[in-house]
Design a protein around this ligand. Structure first.
Ligand SMILES: Cc1cc2nc3c(=O)[nH]c(=O)nc-3n(C[C@H](O)[C@H](O)[C@H](O)COP(=O)(O)OP(=O)(O)OC[C@H]3O[C@@H](n4cnc5c(N)ncnc54)[C@H](O)[C@@H]3O)c2cc1C
Length: 482
């Protein structure tokens, strides 16, 4: 129960617009993107400066009130949804949305936590640079959320995850102190790296208020292709062959099965099938060159690589985007794949990684094994094959509609989840490649991670936040492990 006295103190530090108490304004932020988790929060804190965040943290500390940092609320694991008992307050970082500086010469942008990814893309492009991380939620996801989940997306192959792109972080720690690590230092060996600890911490160790982010030169020439392939084995062979022939300029390499493409075309207005062939699998490939690149154009490289792959029997059909609009429409299909899948009714979603060389086997064999073990289900995957990371979905039987599917998940969801996650662990993989643990995977994380890892996570959490005030119930398993 949050007392009136505590709310009055929050109001005092938050200013007139910094404490939202109207339930209608809070309501949209109480459920997660997948609508799986539903929380309560009697008020929502909306700071506008780092000092305000620190002051709010100190009030929370004084009254023992948990805070749930929230950015765009696009978490796939219920990471930003407050607890259902109303014991915590949402701390919305969306109003801290200033790009403090953007220096093309230094290839650096300093952004507040609430800057939306697409806004940074636009600002960087206007300066002839780009921030090389993109994902389907780019219109809502914020820099603070992307950092706190160590987001990946569609350009990891070439540029890495957020870990590789964050140069410095400013954050408020659970004791109310401000950690000023915003300077982008190439070398800094003052012991533990707080920046790296905060990246991927899912709001459990500190509140990210701003970050220095690495930019890269703008794209001078790009070519996007849609390719039909027989199976994921051939898709991976294609990627390896392309990397050998065109060098490290393959920026994106995504795969989708035919049914996901079909579902997506069905739900996203204005999308069209890029190739006529109904290939069993599809690959979306992007080659990017910056102004300094020498030699053949992106299109010439793509054409040569695909001709070679055709000769080698690796591809069935291919289409090159004729212009930017078409390139964007190819990407639109990939970026809407989650929506396409969602339109098919209730499903269990897994965001997994295994060693890349083993991924094609995993995608085909584990899907088949899952369907055999749970008759009536349809298992499949799509995503970042080049990173050894796919989104693996098990659609519940839909014979009698969504209600039976939901009932099936209620009865068999846990067993099916264990089945898939056990297969991931057996393959030496991770049950969370890019979405984090949140509240959705906390049980499986505790069940499957080595005790040494869980104990270290618990110890770090305790050292930073002994009162457990930041984002309780997420990421850190509370129960003793094995
Ligand atoms: C359609 C769609 C596609 C997606 N595709 C991808 C993908 O390809 N790759 C990928 O990695 N993710 C993907 N995601 C997941 C999601 O977009 C990322 O997790 C994103 O980083 C979340 O950003 P957000 O601002 O919405 O954070 P939120 O959802 O608000 O929060 C996410 C987590 O970060 C914490 N947090 C938020 N802001 C702060 C802050 N300032 N300080 C401390 N903690 C904070 C929250 O407490 C929570 O634990 C996708 C999501 C959707 C809906």
């Amino acid at each position: 129960m949050i007392s009136d006295a505590a709310l009055a103190e929050f109001r005092a530090v938050a200013g007139p617009q910094g404490l939202v108490e109207d339930p209608d304004l809070i309501a949209p932020w109480l459920s997660d993107w997948r609508d799986k988790y539903h929380g309560r929060s009697v008020a929502m804190l909306v700071p506008r400066s780092t000092e305000q965040v620190a002051a709010m943290m100190r009030v929370a500390l004084a009254h023992g009130i948990p805070l749930v940092p929230q950015g765009g609320n696009t978490s796939m694991v219920g990471g930003a949804t407050p607890p259902a008992d109303g014991s915590a307050l949402i701390l919305s970082m969306r109003a801290m949305n200033r790009i403090r500086s953007l220096d093309p010469a230094a290839n650096l942008a300093v952004c507040e936590a609430g800057v939306i990814l697409a806004t940074l893309h636009e600002a960087a492009a206007a300066a002839g640079r780009r921030f090389p991380l993109s994902l389907g939620a780019k219109g809502s996801a914020t820099i603070g959320g992307l950092i706190s989940t160590n987001a990946g997306g569609t350009q990891v192959l070439r540029h890495g995850t957020m870990r590789a792109l964050v140069e410095g972080i400013e954050a408020v720690l659970p004791n109310g102190e401000v950690h000023d690590g915003i300077a982008a230092l190439k070398k800094d060996n003052r012991g533990y790296d707080l920046k790296q600890l905060l990246i991927g911490a899912e709001g459990t160790l500190g509140i990210v208020t701003a970050a220095s982010l690495r930019l890269v030169p703008g794209i001078a020439d790009r070519c996007v292709a849609w390719v039909g392939v027989e199976d994921p084995h051939k898709a991976l062979a294609l990627l390896r062959r392309m990397e050998a022939s065109v060098g490290p300029v393959v920026e994106g390499f995504e795969v989708l099965p035919e049914d996901t493409v079909e579902f997506t075309l069905g739900v996203v207005p204005g999308t069209r099938r890029p190739i006529e062939t109904r290939a069993p699998w599809h690959a979306l490939i992007e080659i990017d060159l910056d102004a300094a690149a020498e030699g053949p154009s992106a299109q010439a490289r793509m054409e040569a690589a695909l001709a070679d792959a055709f000769e080698a029997g690796l591809i069935l059909d291919a289409a090159l985007a004729a212009n930017e609009t078409q390139a964007e429409s190819f990407w639109k299909i990939r970026e809407s794949a989650s929506e396409g899948e969602r339109s098919q009714g209730p499903a269990l979603q897994f965001d997994i990684s295994v060693p890349i060389a083993d991924m094609p086997r995993f995608m085909t064999e584990v899907a088949a094994a899952c369907e055999a073990r749970f008759p009536g289900t349809t298992a499949g995957s799509f995503g970042h094959l080049g990173d050894g990371n796919v989104h693996f979905h098990v659609r519940a039987p839909m014979a009698e509609g969504a209600e039976t599917a939901r009932a099936w998940i209620a009865r068999h969801g846990e067993a099916a989840t264990r089945f898939v996650n056990d297969a991931v662990v057996a393959a030496g993989g991770s049950i969370s490649a890019e979405h984090g643990i949140g509240q959705m995977k906390i049980g499986e994380f505790a069940r499957l991670a080595a005790p040494a890892q869980i104990h270290a996570v618990q110890a770090i959490k305790h050292a930073f936040d002994p009162g457990g005030l930041l984002n309780p119930g997420k990421l850190v398993p509370l129960a003793p492990v094995r």
